[in-house]
Design a protein around this ligand. Structure first.
Ligand SMILES: [Fe+2]
Length: 292
């Protein structure tokens, strides 16, 4: 996929997103492919292993390596998840939710601040999909995200599909969730497809095309918050490049319709939509292990 993508350099893609964990300490073909992509596209970065809900101290040497990588691709900010992924020496390769408590707010804000200092650039957190109720009112998740953003004075990497999946699994109006998000905090968005099990439970697999409901929520979100870079995530059951690009074109259409409809804010970048082709092609193994 990476070879085909780089041979075509498709115009409908505006930027690529990569996981530093797949490049730090690694050269060769991966780095050469990334450098070729950088010749044509801006690169955004998104982490998988430095969750802001963990209580373990950061590995400072790894953070220094991540910073050097971000510098090398000129990343404007870096995002990771509002989650924890392990404890002690155990790492579960999953993005586990944290309770919506004041203690969690303090823990996350402290880690975000520490990461921002170490990486010397803005840091954003991504909202999760999760599968057990964590509060009587599922909108408490949005309020919790806002609290963390305010305490850390940081950005939000808003995953629209995660909001949609949670809304269907826990029975709330996803627009009310979006309505609680302060527009000035959001620097980027994700969309993806997900699995609908026979019992109705939705699992955030990134292994299906983006469904109509997620596009509709993206349309609402863009109209409400204004234009932001939107990434199409696809990490499992990756189709042909032609099929992926057809999805990107649909995403571009939704984006153009929503952002030319009276939104007054100026986009923070000129990018519109993208595919994670570089990410999926070169890093699908580690990303696929991480349920988002
Ligand atoms: Fe995401």
């Amino acid at each position: 996929m990476a070879r085909e993508f780089l041979a075509r350099i498709p115009d409908e893609v505006a930027f690529v997103e990569v996981h530093p964990e797949n490049y730090v300490g690694r050269g060769g073909l991966y780095r050469r492919n990334l450098d070729r992509a950088r010749d044509r596209y801006p690169v955004l970065t998104h982490g998988l292993t430095l969750g802001f809900g963990s209580t373990e101290p950061f590995d400072r040497a790894f953070l220094a390596d991540v910073r050097a990588f971000l510098d090398s691709v000129n990343a404007p900010w870096h995002s990771d998840h509002l989650c924890f992924g392990g404890a002690g020496d155990a790492f579960v390769h999953d993005l586990l939710p944290i309770p919506f408590t004041d203690e969690s707010v303090k823990t996350a804000a402290r880690r975000i601040t520490e990461m921002r200092d170490a990486l010397d650039r803005p840091v954003a957190f991504e909202n999760l999909s999760y599968y057990v109720p964590l509060a009587k009112d599922p909108l408490d998740e949005a309020r919790f995200c806002v609290e963390v953003a305010e305490h850390a004075d940081c950005a939000i990497m808003l995953d629209v599909n995660n909001v949609f999946v949670n809304s269907r699994n826990f029975g709330f109006d996803p627009r009310k969730w979006i309505d609680l998000v302060p527009a000035h905090r959001v620097v980027q968005m994700h969309v993806a497809g997900h699995l609908v099990r026979p019992d109705g439970l939705r699992i955030d697999t990134h292994g299906e095309p983006v469904p109509d409901g997620v596009y509709e929520l993206l349309d609402y979100t863009l109209r409400k918050l204004g234009p932001r870079p939107v990434l199409l995530e696809r990490d499992n059951d990756i189709p042909s490049l032609d099929e992926l690009l057809a999805e990107v074109r649909r995403l571009n259409e939704v984006y153009a319709a929503a952002t030319s409809a009276g939104v007054s804010s100026v986009p923070s970048t000129t990018t519109t939509t993208s595919t994670s082709t570089t990410t999926t092609a070169s890093t699908s193994s580690s990303h696929a292990e991480v349920a988002k």
